[in-house]
Design a protein around this ligand. Structure first.
Ligand code: HEM
Length: 212
């Protein structure tokens, strides 16, 4: 049972912040879906060479995409206080599906990067994804709910690097350097930045409020 003091009232600043955050994340997902995935499917000339690579990798990419989509979609459902309060069993089932999805997504992601310059970055990203998710699962099992929420926020930050790292794809300079920059250090930079932003958010109250 979650203490009521931890929950935001429907119109509290905390709840308004949550709504704005999720709407912004949703719009970013939509933008990336159109400018990266839809254009990739319709053979946008700039993505052509990458499209051939994606088609060649389809055996790994299909389970990878299904697992990644599960993780991406389960996040907002399981972060909802209302759904958690009313349907705890659903929250638990989806939580387990999320954990499995992260592990499947991580190992297929490493498989996709194997033999390419992106392997070290992807391995580090996958490790961060699995460590944060395992910590979230263990804290949930131990009923350490405050820590569980924090680890889930970190885990979802790594899930979201799939979206954030593709926001600039349509910018030709970014795209044409994708092989070198994103593969080598870009993925690590996105992962670290996402984790830092989440941790700053989690400590926001302590950072901005002086104890008497
Ligand atoms: C929301 C979660 C995720 C989804 C839905 C997802 C889905 C996809 C899709 C559709 C592709 C091929 C098309 C494209 O590149 O846009 C792809 C490629 C790839 N993904 Fe993911 N993914 C997710 C997270 C991750 C994570 C966390 C990792 C790292 C462990 C990863 C590693 C890779 C790799 C290495 C490729 C091959 C292409 C490349 O080198 O960029 N993915 N993913």
């Amino acid at each position: 049972m979650i203490p009521t003091s931890n929950l935001s009232a429907p119109s509290s600043p905390g709840s308004r912040f949550k709504t704005i955050l999720w709407v912004s994340l949703g719009l970013t997902v939509l933008f990336v879906f159109i400018t990266s995935e839809l254009l990739l499917i319709t053979d946008y000339p700039m993505y052509h060479a990458y499209r051939l690579q994606v088609i060649a990798d389809r055996h790994l990419l299909i389970p990878h995409t299904v697992a990644g989509l599960f993780a991406l979609l389960i996040g907002p459902i399981n972060f909802s206080s209302r759904i958690r309060q009313r349907h705890l069993q659903l929250h638990r089932i989806l939580g387990r599906v999320y954990v499995i999805s992260v592990f499947v997504g991580s190992f297929t992601g490493i498989g996709l990067a194997a033999g390419r310059p992106g392997l070290p970055g992807t391995s580090m990203q996958a490790a961060a994804w699995m460590v944060c998710t395992t910590a979230a699962f263990m804290t949930a099992r131990n009923r350490q709910i405050a820590q569980h929420r924090q680890w889930m926020a970190r885990s979802y930050a790594v899930t979201f690097t799939f979206v954030s790292s593709r926001v600039l794809n349509l910018w030709p300079r970014y795209w044409s350097h994708l092989g070198d920059v994103l593969s080598a250090v870009g993925v690590i930079a996105f992962t670290l930045a996402s984790l830092l932003i989440v941790d700053l958010g989690l400590s926001w109250r302590e950072l901005t409020t002086r104890r008497n």
